[in-house]
Design a protein around this ligand. Structure first.
Ligand code: AMP
Ligand code: FES
Ligand code: ZN
Length: 300
């Protein structure tokens, strides 16, 4: 197999692009896909300060690496969820990456913000851990960005993540979720920062290859609560389709974004208020994060 660009020996075949690349040209290809995502969705400008949410996994560290290499002004945000060794190890990976690149890493502990770590929150709510966890992550990313003057948060969601989410929403025709499925969510309120996903065009296999080729040290283990999550089942289904028909995932997601998403665009946007307790945005009176914190306090 030869590299499509230089003709040298290829290290990676990308069947959906009908191409193979050597190490240097794959890294180039990867960065160009990120640039294309940023350009196409006008994710951020050159002079903006971008908050990159990093979990210690391959995707978000690969994203941070690309943005640093391209000269963007960035800081990392690590949310310590208090999930046993998983959090200790993933925190260490983020600290090491930040130190090696001379970049700022902001660390926020969920326990300090809400009164308990994720494993306790899951018992209090008696709901899957990912629900309280996802809620806390979204809330804290936005609040930290606002408090520190960032206008945009970038996450490491990749093509596989986005296609699996889309698949789940389509399976249940969750039209509200479909209207929000996008690589770039605009700010619809002065207290909501933009959220962007510059890796949406790149698969999990590609981000793993990039992290490997760039010698990025990341946490390989998944969160211990991820087992059995429906998103994993959806990813497996999509991967089987991808095996049979390379490009299936890409066509599913990008086809939706280009052709179907406009049909789900909401004109009657829900009115947004400021939470009576914390001042963050909510559709009700008290936001879901403050309600969760209240339940944790009562249970403690
Ligand atoms: P996940 O929801 O775990 O698939 O992660 C999706 C994206 O959310 C990651 O690529 C990160 O950008 C961000 N993220 C997940 N966990 C954390 C964390 N503990 N701290 C900061 N960002 C996170
Ligand atoms: Fe949130 Fe696993 S990372 S429950
Ligand atoms: Zn609140």
């Amino acid at each position: 197999m030869k590299c499509r660009k230089c003709g040298d020996r290829a290290v990676l075949e990308l069947r959906r692009h009908n191409a193979a690349f050597c190490a240097a040209d794959f890294v180039d290809f990867f960065r160009n896909q990120v640039r294309e995502a940023i350009r196409r969705y006008r994710m951020f400008e050159r002079d903006e300060h971008v908050l990159v949410a990093v979990s210690g996994g391959k995707d978000s560290l690969a994203l941070w690496d690309v943005l640093l290499e391209d000269g963007y002004r960035t800081s990392g945000l690590y949310l310590d969820l208090g999930i046993f060794d998983y959090s200790v190890e993933s925190h260490a990976k983020c600290e090491a990456f930040a130190a090696a690149h001379g970049a700022e890493l902001i660390v926020v502990r969920v326990t300090e913000e809400i009164g308990a770590p994720i494993p306790v929150i899951k018992d209090v709510t008696r709901r899957p851990p990912c629900s309280g966890c996802g809620l806390s992550k979204r809330y804290l990313m936005n609040r930290v960005a606002l408090e520190r003057g960032f206008s945009v948060v970038a996450t490491g969601h990749n093509l596989d993540d986005e296609a699996a989410t889309l698949f789940g929403s389509v399976m249940h025709w969750q039209t509200e979720a479909l209207s929000r499925q996008s690589p770039a969510l605009a700010s619809t309120h002065p207290k909501l920062v933009r959220r962007v996903k510059p890796l949406y065009r790149l698969s999990e296999r590609e981000t793993a290859a990039y992290a490997f080729l760039r010698a990025i040290d990341y946490i390989v283990d998944e969160c211990p609560f991820a087992k059995g999550a429906t998103s994993i089942a959806h990813k497996e289904t999509l991967n089987r389709m991808e095996d049979a028909s390379p490009g299936a995932k890409h066509n599913f997601l990008l086809g939706f974004l280009d052709r179907a998403r406009p049909a789900f665009e909401r004109v009657d946007a829900v009115p947004l208020n400021e939470c009576a307790r914390c001042g963050q945005v909510t559709t009700g009176t008290v936001c879901a994060f403050c309600k969760l914190a209240e339940r944790v306090k009562r249970a403690g």
